[in-house]
Design a binder for this molecule. Structure first.
Ligand code: F6R
Length: 249
């Protein structure tokens, strides 16, 4: 294990599967130590393996999600939970239906709320009521986003509606049948919500992300690379494979 800048720890994994195992063990340890932990969860390609290992740990009786509460980072605008492309559907399919979590303890921003602003404010309030997020799992976007906090002129702190950038739309294209099916907007936990998490576990794999990962942790802290804000967080653990860490010493 190498020491990164500030309080960041870097764990170098051999490959995607190794990264997933390390991440699942890390999350599993958090649950063993705090059975009613509040977890912040991500979707996308990155955590699929982690969720598979966590499901296996539950089946083997090593951990239980019975008291765990979860808050997902984001959801596409306009997609209902029954839409196979929604993040709500993804979470059910990849994790929730394989573990013993209580459905009422899982939270995902609604993509179809009639009053989006109210929904966002309510989401932040629910996290506060639970005492904040203990462990936030993150993936890294090709443009440096975390959650759907896209590059811009300022860090938006609260849960909000966001227009997705071209980079994000093309990166997520493979999850949809047709180009025109990809929603152009989403709801995302803000940078404040992510930053207030007690601990952050960032997972990154693949050589395509090597440059943006390097920039996020060795470049300036700037809203143009939203993940660069993690440089200021007190407790970040980065688990990345060799390919993603290629530019690190
Ligand atoms: C997903 C999310 C995004 C992804 C990021 C990486 O809930 O918030 O920030 O983590 O776009 O996506 P993948 O893992 O598909 O490369």
């Amino acid at each position: 294990m190498d020491r990164g800048r500030g309080f960041m720890r870097i764990i170098k994994a051999e490959d995607y599967d190794h990264m997933s195992k390390i991440a699942a063990d890390f999350i599993g340890a958090e649950i063993m130590l705090k059975p009613d932990a509040v977890l912040g969860l991500a979707t996308g390609s990155t955590p699929v393996g982690t969720y598979k290992y966590l499901s296996e740990m539950v089946k083997a009786g090593e951990i239980s999600f019975k008291e765990v509460r979860t808050f997902n980072l984001d959801e596409y605008e306009g997609l209902t939970a029954s839409d196979p492309c929604s993040y709500a559907f993804y979470m059910k399919e990849k994790l929730f239906e394989h573990i013993d979590i209580l459905p009422e303890n899982t939270h995902i921003p609604s993509g179809t709320a009639s009053d989006g602003e109210k929904e966002c404010a309510g989401y932040d309030a629910m996290i506060d009521e639970c005492g904040g997020i203990d462990l936030q799992l993150l993936g890294l976007g090709h443009n440096g986003h975390i959650g759907f906090n896209e590059p811009g002129n300022s860090f938006i702190t609260k849960t909000h509606r966001v227009e997705l950038t071209e980079s994000t739309l093309s990166a997520n294209r493979h999850f949809f049948h047709k180009e025109e099916d990809i929603p152009g907007a989403a709801y995302t936990l803000g940078m404040g919500g992510i930053f207030c998490s007690k601990r952050i576990l960032l997972l990154v794999f693949g050589k395509e992300k090597a440059e943006i990962l390097y920039e996020a942790f060795h470049g300036p802290v700037t809203p143009l690379v939203p993940s660069s804000l993690l440089q200021l967080h007190r407790d970040v653990v980065l688990v990345a494979d060799k390919a993603a860490l290629a530019l690190f010493d």
